[in-house]
Design a binder for this molecule. Structure first.
Ligand code: AMP
Length: 285
């Protein structure tokens, strides 16, 4: 495995790999099993696997969150190598945003105005879209891998790639979960033992929604009330729990069609997100 810090070195390292296929997994490091599941998917389908590690300051809308974001590059490099990564791209902020940097990639429309944008501000998506565009253009992979946990991110990335004609296929892989259902996240290490236990109420709430919907409940308000109760009983502060169209992210009036149930909640000081996709009505379409 090779680790490179500059775009010039990255391009150099990938020149021979262009004869085959390149799979790319962008991350902010603090690697966990969720990231590694993306690496494995990339490994299965490509000749060369590139992983990037970059805690992108421009997508953080809270300075304290950026400050507290876990970083352990020695461990990350070890895990990446074990998982079969060929090239790690780990630039510093000056490499990605040198003096004079002035371009922002801003994906417009409802997909960047709702959900995460409501809590974190749409600046989050400008920062994310800009860095993803830069990373995709630096690596120029055949396929890039993203996690379903960040469902809105995947929608925004697909839009960005289509709109800018970036020649890369986007593969969204299923959410990797702990034994109690909690979605794996780099932020989970910041949960205290009691918070970690209570955090399992987030996937429990989503599973309850799934069950009630399967049993025929189609009213978002009813489903939301049941899920919110579980969160409240576990001392989890709900930021949003929304029933949206999986493509447009606009609120659905009834769960009689494919629906993404997306939740953001705070457990103690840690903000977590998760989602589940309900396939309702898919068979009738
Ligand atoms: P991050 O380092 O949090 O920016 O995540 C890097 C990539 O890993 C993103 O595409 C995430 O959606 C994905 N990812 C994070 N957590 C998980 C998970 N639990 N399961 C699957 N993919 C994940």
């Amino acid at each position: 495995m090779r680790t490179v810090r500059t775009i010039r070195e990255l391009r150099e390292a990938l020149r021979p790999a262009r004869a085959g296929t390149i799979g790319f997994v962008p991350t902010m490091g603090a690697l966990h099993e969720g990231h590694l599941s993306l690496v494995r998917a990339a490994r299965r389908a490509n000749d060369t696997v590139v992983l990037s590690i970059f805690v992108n300051p421009t997508q953080f809308t809270e300075a304290a969150d950026l400050e507290a974001y876990p970083r352990d590059q020695a461990r990350d490099l070890r895990l990446a190598e074990e998982a079969g990564v060929d090239v790690v791209f780990a630039p510093d902020a000056e490499e990605m945003y040198p003096a004079g940097f002035a371009t922002v990639v801003s994906v417009g429309g409802s997909i960047t105005e709702t959900l995460e944008a409501e809590g974190r501000g749409r600046g989050h998506f400008d920062g994310m879209a800009t860095v993803v565009a830069k990373l995709l253009l630096a690596v120029l992979p055949d396929k890039a891998y993203f996690g379903a946990k960040d469902a809105q991110q995947a929608v925004v990335v697909r839009r960005l790639v289509a709109d800018l004609n970036i020649p890369v296929a986007i593969d969204v892989c299923e959410t990797s979960r702990e034994a109690d259902g909690l979605a794996r996240s780099s932020r989970n290490v910041r949960l205290g033992p009691d918070e970690r236990r209570r955090a399992a109420a987030i996937p429990q709430a989503l599973r309850l929604v799934e069950r009630l919907a399967r049993e025929g409940e189609t009213r978002p308000a009813e489903l939301r009330t049941a899920a919110s109760r579980i969160l409240r009983e576990n001392g989890i502060e709900e930021e949003y729990l929304a029933f949206v169209d999986p493509d447009t992210l606009e609120r659905v009036p009834a769960v009689d069609r494919p629906t993404l149930v997306a939740v953001a909640a705070r457990v103690g000081g840690v903000r977590l997100i998760d989602n589940v996709r309900l396939a309702q009505g898919e068979a009738d379409r």
